[in-house]
Ligand binder design. Structure first.
Ligand SMILES: [Cu+2]
Length: 159
């Protein structure tokens, strides 16, 4: 039996977070026509990061889990994300879960994640059986908070 608990330190991706935030704004079409302002926006985000104090102050931890185990296809599953900043629960984030098979389109599978309590977000869903016998799935967990977005990926096996 496999334990499916992964701890990821979001702060390691802080450069990526900035890039994603800029990307989203560009795709909104507000800034894209003005490269100079895009640069200013980038500077502003970088300055915000610099002003936010030591990186540890923004230390977000996301723990992803699926139950029951072992994880089986075609059964009801509970997906859980636990968010903490340092040791404090983070109840005010938006979580988007996107389940995919690497290299194969298996349909769009995004269980709705809702805050339950104490920084615990849960959603229910089903993982379809792979017609090619594949067992490896990927969960992309997108975390939105305070106008910033980060995505962390977890790979897991199903039975
Ligand atoms: Cu498949």
């Amino acid at each position: 039996m496999k334990t499916l608990i992964v701890i990821v330190t979001i702060i390691a991706l802080s450069a990526v977070v900035g890039a994603i935030v800029v990307g989203v704004r560009v795709f909104d079409g507000v800034v894209v026509e003005n490269p100079y302002e895009t640069g200013l926006e980038w500077d502003r985000i970088q300055n915000e990061k610099a002003d936010s104090g030591p990186l540890n102050d923004r230390d977000l931890h996301a723990v992803f889990d699926i139950n029951p185990k072992p994880v089986r296809t075609m059964t009801d599953l509970v997906f859980r994300v636990v968010l903490k900043e340092k040791d404090r629960a983070v109840p005010d984030a938006g979580i988007i879960l996107d389940l995919t098979m690497p290299g194969m389109f298996m349909g769009i599978n995004r269980p709705k994640m809702q805050h339950v309590k104490d920084g615990i977000y849960e959603g229910t869903g089903v993982i379809p059986a792979c017609p090619h016998g594949g067992k490896t799935w990927k969960a992309d967990v997108t975390i939105k908070r305070d106008g910033e977005t980060a995505t962390v990926s977890y790979t897991f096996e199903v039975q």
